[in-house]
Design a protein around this ligand. Structure first.
Ligand code: URP
Ligand code: ZN
Ligand code: ZN
Length: 472
C-alpha cells in the first residue's frame, strides 16, 4: 500500500451507537484499518510515512449516512420524472453526508421482475457518486415473480416492497401480500410496506374532487392518518400470519406509530422508518397553502398536523422508529403545477436527500435524540436492517471507509440557492441548521473535501446485500 492511499483522520470525536469517543481513524485504501487513541504510535507512524492527514479537531467523525429509501429518476407519470438523476442525486447525498443509498427497481403490472431489475441496474450503472443498491417494488405478485424472488436474494437483492396504496399502479390486495410475505418468510428477507388504505383513500379523493375541493390541502385531508394506522395494523397482522419480518416505510403519524408499538410489544419483527418531512413539516404550516407553495408539499403519506411531531421524535428515542430515511422523490415546479387544478394530478414527493443528516442533527441539538441515536437511525440500523453491516454503518477496522467529518460549530441556512439537488425550490428554504458536513470519504476516496466536491460519477458501486442481521 503506498502512502498516497493512507489517510489519518486526526483529533475528532468518533460517533457510534454506543456514544462518543476521542479517536484517530486510519484508512488504508478502501477500508478502515484502525481506530486508535488520539496521537497513538500507529497514527504517528502513518503520518511520518507520508499519509494524508485530515484535521478533525472539534468535529464529529461519523459513519457515512445510509439512506434506504430514495427515488432517483423515477418516472411517476408520462409527464413527471423525479428530477434528480443517479448522478445528481448521489452527489447531493454526498454533500449532506450520505454515502450509501438504496433505491427501487419497480415491477409494474405485466412486467417480469428480472426486466425491472436489469433496467434499473442499467440506468444507474456508471452514474453514481456513492455506493448504491436496490429494493424491488413488486406491483404484480404472481407465481413467476414469487419464484424469481429467490434468485434475486441469491444475487444480493434482499428486500421487497409492496403497496397497500396506489390502486391500479403498484397496489397489491391482501391475498397477494400474504403470498409474497410467505415467500419473504421462506427466504428470510424483509417485506417493506407502503401502508395506506389506497382503496378507501381513492373514494375520499374522488368525493373531494367531485365537490370541487381540489386544492393541495385536500391531498392531506383525503389521506387521514386512521387509514395509515389501519394499513400498518393489517400489514403487521399479515406478516405475523406469514412469519415474515416487516419494515413500514415513511411512517408519518402518531396513529400509525401506535400500531408499530403494538406489533413490537407482541414480539413481532416489525420495524419502521420515518422521514424528516414528518418530523418538521405540517399540513397546517406547509401543505395548506395556495398554489405552488402547497403543491410543493404534496407527498404520500401526507404531511400531518404539527402535534404528531413530538410523538415521532419520541418514537425515535424509544426505537419504535428504527430508521430515518428521506423518501427523496423531488419534482420541479413545472411538474408540481400539473396539479394546479386538481391535487390528484400532482406528482407525489419531496426532495431531502441532501439534508437528512443535517436535519436529524438539528434534532440532536434540540435535545430530541442523542448523538449515538443520530448515527444509529441514519447509518447503523439502516445498514443492519438491509444486509450491509458491518461493511457500512460503522467506523471499525475492516469496514468500508465511508466517513463523514461533521462540524457542529458551523451554522448553515438551507435553500434552493445553495443546495446541490437538481430541484428548483426547497421545502427546507430558510431552515437553520446547527452543523455542517465538511469532508466525506466513500470507500477511502474523497467525495467532499472541505466543502468542495471532488467526487465523480461512476465511483459508486452496486451493493449486493445480505439478509438483515437484526431479525430475532
Ligand atoms: O410521495 C411519495 N412518497 N413519493 C414517492 C413514492 C412513494 O410512495 O414512496
Ligand atoms: Zn411509498
Ligand atoms: Zn418512496
Amino acid at each position: 500500500m503506498s502512502s498516497a492511499d493512507i489517510v489519518v483522520i486526526r483529533g475528532g470525536r468518533v460517533i457510534s451507537t454506543s456514544g462518543v469517543t476521542a479517536a484517530d481513524v486510519i484508512v488504508e485504501g478502501e477500508l478502515i484499518a484502525a481506530v486508535v487513541a488520539p496521537g497513538s504510535a500507529a497514527a504517528m507512524a502513518a503520518e511520518a510515512g507520508g499519509a494524508r492527514v485530515v484535521d478533525a479537531d472539534g468535529c464529529y467523525v461519523v459513519p457515512g449516512g445510509v439512506d434506504v429509501h430514495v427515488h432517483l429518476q423515477l418516472p411517476m407519470s408520462p409527464e413527471a420524472t423525479s428530477s434528480d438523476t443517479f448522478a445528481t442525486g448521489t452527489a447531493a447525498a454526498a454533500w449532506g453526508g450520505t454515502t450509501t443509498v438504496i433505491d427501487f427497481a419497480g415491477q409494474m403490472k405485466g412486467m417480469h421482475v428480472r426486466d425491472a431489475v436489469e433496467e434499473r441496474l442499467g440506468e444507474a450503472d456508471g452514474d453514481c457518486a456513492i455506493d448504491y443498491g436496490f429494493h424491488l417494488s413488486m406491483g404484480d405478485v404472481d407465481d413467476i415473480a414469487l419464484k424469481e424472488m429467490g434468485t434475486l436474494v441469491d444475487e444480493g437483492l434482499t428486500s421487497f416492497k409492496f403497496f397497500m396504496a396506489y390502486p391500479g399502479v403498484y397496489y397489491s390486495d391482501d391475498g397477494q401480500i400474504l403470498r409474497a410475505m410467505q415467500r419473504c418468510a421462506e427466504l428470510g428477507t424483509m417485506a417493506m410496506m407502503h401502508a395506506e388504505n389506497g382503496i378507501a383513500i381513492d373514494v375520499l379523493r374522488d368525493q373531494a374532487a367531485a365537490r370541487g375541493d381540489t386544492g393541495s390541502v385536500w391531498h392531506g385531508r383525503t389521506r387521514p392518518s386512521r387509514l395509515e394506522s389501519e394499513a400498518v395494523h393489517r400489514a403487521a397482522a399479515l406478516a405475523e400470519v406469514a412469519g415474515a419480518p416487516l419494515y413500514i416505510v415513511h411512517l408519518s403519524s402518531r396513529d400509525a406509530l401506535e400500531q408499530v408499538t403494538w406489533a413490537r410489544q407482541r414480539g413481532l419483527n416489525v420495524f419502521a422508518e420515518t422521514c424528516p418531512q414528518y418530523l418538521f413539516l405540517s399540513i397546517e404550516g406547509h401543505l395548506d397553502q395556495p398554489g405552488i407553495d402547497g403543491l410543493r408539499h404534496i407527498c404520500s403519506p401526507p404531511l400531518r398536523h404539527r402535534d404528531n411531531h413530538d410523538t415521532l421524535w419520541q418514537g425515535l428515542r424509544r426505537d419504535e422508529l428504527a430508521v430515518v430515511s428521506t423518501d427523496h422523490c423531488p419534482f420541479c415546479d413545472t411538474e408540481k403545477l400539473l396539479g394546479s387544478e386538481d391535487f390528484r394530478v400532482t406528482p407525489n414527493g419531496l426532495g431531502s436527500i441532501e439534508h437528512r443528516m443535517d436535519l436529524i442533527h438539528a434534532g440532536v441539538t434540540a435535545g430530541e435524540i442523542s448523538l449515538a441515536r443520530w448515527v444509529e437511525t441514519c447509518s447503523t440500523t439502516p445498514a443492519r436492517l438491509f444486509g450491509l453491516y458491518p461493511q457500512k454503518g460503522v467506523i471499525a477496522p475492516g469496514s468500508d471507509a465511508d466517513i463523514v467529518i461533521y462540524d457542529p460549530r458551523v451554522n448553515q441556512t438551507l435553500g434552493a440557492d445553495t443546495h446541490h439537488m437538481n430541484l428548483d425550490h426547497s421545502v427546507w428554504e430558510g431552515v437553520e441548521i446547527p452543523g455542517q458536513v465538511r469532508t466525506v470519504l466513500s470507500r477511502g476516496s474523497f467525495v467532499i473535501d472541505h466543502r468542495s466536491y471532488v467526487g465523480r460519477a461512476g465511483h459508486g458501486r452496486y451493493l449486493r446485500r445480505d439478509v438483515s442481521d437484526l431479525l430475532v
